[in-house]
Design a protein around this ligand. Structure first.
Ligand code: COA
Length: 325
């Protein structure tokens, strides 16, 4: 029986930094409010000529380098995103073209912030089935393009970036478990209303601001704490490990208070919680992918460590995983 294992990671964040102090000049807010309510200090914003596939490409190049694998050996590319370059074609096809990954299939996956873990599970299943040996899994977002910089309750939260990982066929079991669920009843809690087939783009849709991200923050907050705990426990159970064995908890980097509440509910010590939301804000499906690359590159995890991921996203979607490094 063959397994799947992450063999290389990469990430990319735009150079431009938007701090809480910058927001004080844009909307009625303060650094103190943003820091205490969310834990965010700054986020990265893509230049106008940079789109999601560009950042996804940059992260992918680094992941391929880290995995020491040639693009022609990639059998597939799965890109989690809610901010693709175009509604179609898939942004993963643009990445495939730029990488010259001639032998790869490519598709985008829309699962809100859970996109990277959904993509990881899809890639794992394809590899374990024997249909592929190496799949590039990406989470990438240009949320700044759909954020309303007049709405102080959402604009301070989001940032741009990309993270990637190469998942390869292996004798070692690198993905001990994944747990995926959706609760479509809450479909309207985080939404970009217009631009699809329900509300096509019209002058009116633009005038009404329906192309901007809308979020019911309080509802998401409550669901977030419960969801992260629940999904974490399910992935731990499926992996047949104990919470004590988890070396590092990487929850979705949306809000420090949500992550901290989930950590406490799971009885994990503070040093096992990974946080970089202070530097990137919420980058949706790129969030845990960037976090993973950071902990790999700064040596925070070592061989055989167990990493617990847990994410809640628009949909709502819920995703978690226990990964053996
Ligand atoms: N600066 C100052 N005040 C702000 C503000 C800002 N940036 N944003 C909102 N406020 C105000 C509100 O207008 C409200 O004022 P009012 O009482 O006069 O009406 C007050 O702060 C409280 O708003 P509320 O929405 O209850 O704040 P909160 O403590 O719930 O924090 C969020 C708001 C968005 C930070 C929080 O709900 C959150 O993080 N939710 C989850 C978001 C998330 O994780 N999304 C992604 C999941 S994929």
């Amino acid at each position: 029986m063959s397994f799947a294992k992450i063999t290389g990671t990469g990430s990319y964040a735009p150079e431009k930094v938007l701090t809480n102090y910058d927001f004080e000049k844009i909307v009625d807010t303060s650094d103190e409010w943003i820091r205490t309510r969310t834990g965010i200090r700054e986020r990265r914003i893509a230049d106008p000529d940079v789109a999601t596939s560009d950042m996804a490409y940059e992260a992918s190049v680094k992941a391929l380098e880290a995995a020491s694998i040639d693009p022609s050996d990639i059998d597939g590319i799965i890109l989690g995103t809610v901010t693709p370059d175009y509604l179609f074609p898939a942004s993963s096809c643009l990445v495939q073209h730029r990488l010259e990954a001639k032998n790869a299939f490519a598709f985008d996956l829309s699962a809100g912030c859970s996109g990277f873990i959904y993509a990881l599970q899809a890639a794992k299943a394809i590899i374990v089935s024997g249909d592929a040996e190496n799949i590039l899994v990406i989470g990438a977002e240009t949320l700044s393009r759909i954020v309303d910089y007049r709405d102080r309750s959402t604009c301070i939260l989001f940032g741009d970036g990309a993270g990637a990982a190469v998942l390869s066929k292996s004798d070692e079991n690198g993905i001990l478990s994944t747990y995926l669920r959706a609760n479509g009843e809450e479909w309207d809690k985080i939404i970009q209303p217009a631009g699809g087939s329900r509300i096509p783009s019209t002058e009116e849709s633009v005038r009404k601001g329906l192309h901007y991200l809308k979020m019911k923050g309080n509802d998401v907050f409550k669901e977030g704490v419960k969801g992260l705990e629940y999904a974490s426990l399910e992935a731990i159970k499926k992996a047949d490990v104990t919470t004590e064995q988890i070396a590092l908890f990487i929850p979705h980097q949306a809000n420090h208070r949500i992550m901290e509440a989930a950590r406490k509910r799971l009885n994990l010590p503070p040093e096992k919680l990974f946080v970089n939301v202070d530097r990137y804000g919420n980058t949706s499906s790129a969030s845990v992918a960037i976090a993973l690359d950071e902990v790999v590159r700064n040596g925070r995890i070592k061989k055989d460590d167990l990493i617990l991921f847990a994410v809640i996203g628009s949909g709502f979607t819920l995703a978690s995983a226990v990964v053996r490094w």
